[in-house]
Design a protein around this ligand. Sequence first.
Ligand code: C5P
Length: 234
Amino acid sequence: MQNNLPIIALDFESAEAVTQFLNQFDEPLFVKVGMELFYQTGPSLITDIKKRGHSIFLDLKLHDIPNTVGKAMEGLSKLDVDLVNVHAAGGSEMMKRAVEGIRKYNSNIKIIAVTQLTSTTETMLRDEQNIQSTMDEAVLNYARLAQLSGLDGVVCSPLEANLVKQELGESFLKVTPGIRPENTSSDDQQRITTPEKASVLGATHIVVGRPITQSENPVTSYQKIKESWLKSHD
Ligand code: C5P
């Protein structure tokens, strides 16, 4: 992954909406394509976005038996993406097979693991997953497993990035959603921080959606977030 630009979450319903959004920008971006969009548009959207010169985080969060995930990653390895992910809950063997699969046709693609979704609360952790530890410990446990399995980093909340940095090092990727500039709506995000704070806490990449995509002026909003992130990050 060549850059540490803020990653724009392209949470749109159609390829047309994506095109309309991207047409407003005349610089290379780093964008995130999630399940909603990919399941409707398929790989052709990836090709289109790449032709425009943008980097892509394909956020499909794979989680299945090791063989299935390995083979699925081989398929994704043929797409020209920069970053993909799996659920760490799938286990070390699944993660190792995912790494092998994604590197099959392109050794430059980075792969990270979702530790605990930010929608998961400590009560859910205890009562539904039957994990009797704190959220921090649960996240750190999966982050360690991801590193041991050869992954490049994790998706975590900015508030956990610091812990992960202390234990697993600066270069292990910490990709953090839940970012809101000062004085903007938190939407449905619970644990939010500003781009500057995320950087101080050790995030290597931030994912930002609605503060840019739903803004009246997406380009201006993006530039402001990019400036404050890069200023505090470099
Ligand atoms: O609009 P907003 O900035 O809240 O978008 C954040 C993006 O990051 C969304 O695409 C959301 O699905 C994703 N995400 C998240 N929390 C996670 C993992 C992914 O908000 N733990």
